[in-house]
Unconditional design. Structure first.
Length: 221
């Protein structure tokens, strides 16, 4: 029958299709798959969006995690899923959520966080919104690595987390000595919320190294 929806994207395999999936953060096993079927399916999701979620990524997120509704599990998602409407939906579904925010900045304090001075890698700054009626808290923060990265969450905190470490090549000796560069350990500070996110989600299209009983959502081609 052929593919129901053809996706042509740079750096992705030719003649591929897009699959959105939910993966268990502990076992790394994909537990739910959703084949992208094109515009007709997107319109169907819009018609079913009686709660007024609005954003397509938030609607996809709801479909993927629905079997775990009201379980209190932690869901982490990349920028395709991360947004203010998405984190509210997860709260209403009885789930915790940590997500990266890039383009879906509606009601996200990006104007403030983008101007915060973060001189060093590992610096971070955040704000908390508290609902006066329900006392529900939302966390939005920016963390500096090579570039600024923005996060939104309805759980965890900005207390110091375990710094992440990577082995990198560095020219330790003076260049004039013509010595070979050395492999050195580079350690970057990060808040607890950031630590949990990368421990579970890692990087799209790579196996994560999580040992927590959490869930991650991603897209594969």
């Amino acid at each position: 029958m052929g593919l129901p929806h053809y996706v042509e994207i740079d750096r992705k395999p030719e003649n591929g299709c897009e699959i959105q999936d939910l993966c268990d953060g502990r076992s790394k096993i994909m537990v739910r798959l959703k084949l992208v079927k094109g515009q007709a399916d997107n319109q169907r999701m819009e018609r079913d969006d009686t709660d007024g979620t609005g954003l397509h990524g938030a609607r996809v997120l709801k479909e993927l995690v629905f079997p775990w509704k009201d379980t209190g599990r932690l869901v982490v998602g990349d920028s395709y899923f991360g947004s203010f409407p998405a984190v509210l939906e997860m709260h209403q579904m009885g789930l915790r959520f940590i997500g990266v925010v890039k383009s879906s900045t509606r009601q996200f304090p990006v104007d403030y966080l983008s101007t915060v001075v973060l001189p060093n890698r590992g610096d971070y700054e955040g704000v908390i919104n508290i609902d006066n009626t329900t006392n529900h808290k939302l966390l939005a923060f920016v963390w500096a690595d090579r570039e600024r990265r923005y996060f939104i969450s309805n759980c965890s905190s900005l207390s110091p987390g375990i710094p992440y470490s990577r082995m990198r090549w560095r020219q330790v000796a003076d260049v004039e000595t013509d010595m070979e560069p050395d492999r050195v350990e580079v350690s970057i500070a990060q808040p607890k919320c950031d630590e949990i996110y990368y421990e579970t989600c890692a990087m799209i299209d790579r196996h994560n190294r999580s040992r927590n009983e959490n869930l991650k959502v991603e897209r594969k081609y």
